[in-house]
Design a protein around this ligand. Structure first.
Ligand SMILES: Cc1ncc(COP(=O)(O)O)c(C=O)c1O
Length: 390
């Protein structure tokens, strides 16, 4: 099986991530009809387990063939009408992307930008902004994958509910679902956008979006038709409700094998309440461990004190190094990491993913492998400098 092939490099980018053998076996099974009763039962369970991961009982999951970006389009085309205002809290590259997508469908977008890369948006700025203007939605990137900054969505949501109760709270959880704590019902969220290839532990290929009943109502109360076809909820709500109830329905062919893969991963994630709790703890410990080693080697964290995500780490390379020095050393150690994508700091930092089975299954030794690669990443140049000086 691919996960135990010694010559293969460890995938340690912030998504896609390593998948378990069970997930890979699920995707490799013969494709079934999307009307087949056994597929219908699998899809139903996947929908129910998606609710479990987000601690919601009443929200409606949409599991569509596509990537995380399709969730942005779903929000923009279904919930925002031409000329309605949306506030985007921006902590990096993916906040820019969500804002662009909203504008593409005619939204008026106001942006509250973190003062610098690695910083968060202050809760007081959010409160001030929503007191000044009525917004249809407030959009927050939970973990901006470009900076590794974790936003405090619980606090942000409580502010929106207090100040502007019918404004929709939209969370981009592409890099946080199943690796960070999200309590959909308790925190009164309206939308969580995600994808299969990060904390949810399946290969890329599924857009996963969860919508509150408040959001569904906002969609149903639209005054204008949806200016999109594939991602219109007019088509998808009946389909998702049918599979949720264990009945087959057709609008566009579901990604059958991807849904088998997601189902296999969700089964592992949601096995018990304890496994869910232990999973979040494992992500936190892995992040702390990697960052402690990195600090000793001269790396510096991009997120400011206390705002680092648990499922990924963004690190400024040590003085005297460039990402192009250290990244090949990681590859030599059998570990694939990612370079920078935030425009202000692009050539100064690297990103390491530590999500899913890599942090949960200690027997794999993935975190140790990342630690060894981190050490080798600076040792090689230090050796070189020492030789040149000798
Ligand atoms: C926070 C965040 N939002 C959205 C996306 C877009 O997801 P996708 O690349 O699956 O379309 C990503 C991708 O990494 C992301 O990290």
């Amino acid at each position: 099986m691919s996960t135990t092939n010694a010559s293969r490099k460890l995938l340690a980018i912030p998504g896609p991530i390593e998948c378990t053998d069970e997930v890979m076996r699920a995707i490799a099974q013969p494709t079934k009809s999307h009307m087949d009763p056994s597929f219908v039962a699998t899809f139903k369970e996947a929908i129910h387990m998606t609710r479990k991961v987000l601690y919601t009982t009443s929200a409606l999951p949409f599991i569509l063939a596509g990537s995380g970006t399709l969730g942005w389009d779903q929000v923009a085309c279904n919930l925002i009408e031409q000329g309605e205002a949306v506030l985007v809290l921006n902590t990096g590259y993916f906040g820019d992307g969500f804002a662009d997508c909203l504008r593409a469908y005619g939204a008026i977008v106001d942006v509250l930008r973190a003062p610098a890369a690695g910083e968060i948006v202050a809760a007081s700025s959010l409160e001030e902004a929503i007191r000044k203007r009525k917004y249809k939605a407030v959009v927050v990137t939970h973990v901006d994958t470009s900076t590794g900054v974790l936003s405090d969505i619980k606090t942000f949501s409580s502010i929106v509910r207090r100040v502007s109760p019918d404004t929709l709270v939209v969370l981009d959880g592409v890099c946080s679902v199943a690796s960070e704590d999200i309590k959909f019902d308790e925190w009164d969220l309206d939308i969580v956008v995600s994808a299969s290839q990060k904390g949810l532990g399946a290969p890329p290929g599924l857009s996963i979006l969860v919508a509150s009943q408040r959001a569904i109502k906002a969609f149903e109360n639209r005054k204008t038709p949806v200016a999109a076809y594939y991602c219109s909820w007019q088509r998808w709500i009946p389909i998702m409700r049918a599979y949720d109830a264990g009945k087959a329905a057709y609008f566009a062919t579901p990604a059958v094998n991807m849904i088998y893969a997601l189902h296999a991963s969700l089964k592992q994630i949601t096995a018990t309440e304890d496994t869910m709790r232990a999973r979040l703890l494992a992500h936190r410990r892995a992040g702390e461990r990697i960052r402690a080693v990195a600090r000793q080697l001269g790396y510096k964290e991009v997120p400011k004190e206390g705002s680092a995500a648990n499922g990924m780490t963004a690190l400024y390379v040590p003085t005297g190094f460039a990402p192009s020095d250290v990244m090949p050393r990681f590859a030599d150690s059998g570990v694939v990491i990612a370079g920078g994508i935030h425009k202000d700091i692009k050539d100064k930092y690297i990103r390491i993913g530590h999500m899913g089975t890599s942090v949960v299954d200690n027997e794999r030794g993935d975190i140790e492998k990342i630690e060894v690669a981190l050490k080798a990443s600076v040792a090689a140049k230090q050796d070189l400098v020492a030789t040149e000086e000798a």
